[in-house]
Design a protein around this ligand. Structure first.
Ligand SMILES: C[S@@+](CC[C@H](N)C(=O)[O-])C[C@H]1O[C@@H](n2cnc3c(N)ncnc32)[C@H](O)[C@@H]1O
Length: 249
């Protein structure tokens, strides 16, 4: 399932995701001339830093949200000749010509429910030996938020917060080797004034679409009231793997 994101609001409040994303980018060793897929590029803040590390290379900036791609296109306008923008669902075969030399993905995979399909679709566009460096929500991510949602009668969630063992198995089955997957706690404080925007735009965005329009703001308000301190118990699933097969390193 994919949805449109309010890209302008995300861009304004997405500092935690950008911070985590830049730390993940540090794990991707690059020569500077590769073609790299940013899988779920959002508004392009991390993509911009990725591009800086590719002075002779290029980026495929892919996202399911047209608004996010438009925002990324604006941000990356100065380097437009080195960016291919693609609106696509990572849960389906990817409409990318040729192979990429690496995949980076930050704060995105948990929005794709079928991780078997996700990893197969990525593997299909990666050259043999290409690295996959990613991070998303995993394990007990946002347990406090989920408990609040349940208390308010919202049992359904749109996320796949996967665990390391199942992720390692899925990666191996999809054609990856050199697989490292681990969880780490990332407790994060959102400025209290931003809590409603954060819930509306990021965490509850998909849940809200299942509610009648007049129920959406009261639901955001009820969750926000219970999370007024802005303390979010994020847990991140870290992934490093390599597309199996021999290729130039
Ligand atoms: C929290 S944002 C992360 C954006 C960016 N990577 C960052 O770290 O700031 C999650 C992004 O995943 C995208 N997304 C969610 N599900 C997707 C899917 N099935 N296929 C492609 N992109 C998806 C959303 O549109 C959104 O832009």
């Amino acid at each position: 399932m994919t949805r449109e994101w309010d890209a302008a609001t995300y861009d304004r409040i997405g500092a935690p995701m950008t911070r985590w994303g830049l730390a993940v980018l540090e794990r991707l060793a690059l020569r500077g001339d590769e073609r790299v897929l940013d899988a779920g590029c959002g508004s392009g803040r991390v993509t911009a830093q990725l591009l800086e590390r590719l002075p002779r290379g290029s980026v495929v900036a892919l996202d399911a949200s047209t608004q996010m791609i438009d925002q990324a296109r604006e941000r990356l306008a100065a380097d437009a000749d080195r960016v291919e923008f693609v609106v696509a669902d990572l849960g389906r075969p990817l409409p990318i010509d040729g192979l990429v030399d690496a995949v980076l993905s930050t704060a995105t995979f948990h929005w794709v429910l079928d991780h078997d399909a996700l990893f197969r679709n990525l593997a299909a566009v990666m050259r043999p030996g290409a690295p996959l460096v990613a991070q998303c929500g995993g394990g007990d991510n946002l347990a406090r938020v989920r408990a609040v949602m349940r208390d308010l009668g919202e049992a359904w969630t749109p996320w796949n917060f996967a665990w390391p063992d199942e992720t390692k198995r899925r990666l191996a089955e999809a054609g990856f080797d050199d697989i490292h997957v681990w969880l780490h706690d990332e407790p994060t404080e959102i400025p209290p004034a931003q809590v409603p925007d954060f819930l509306r735009t990021v965490i509850l965005g998909t849940n809200l679409l299942r509610r009648a329009p007049e129920e959406r703001e009261p639901f955001v308000g009820a969750v926000a009231e219970r999370l007024a301190d802005g303390r979010l118990d994020y847990v991140r699933l870290n992934i490093m793997a390599r597309r199996a097969g021999r290729g130039p390193r």
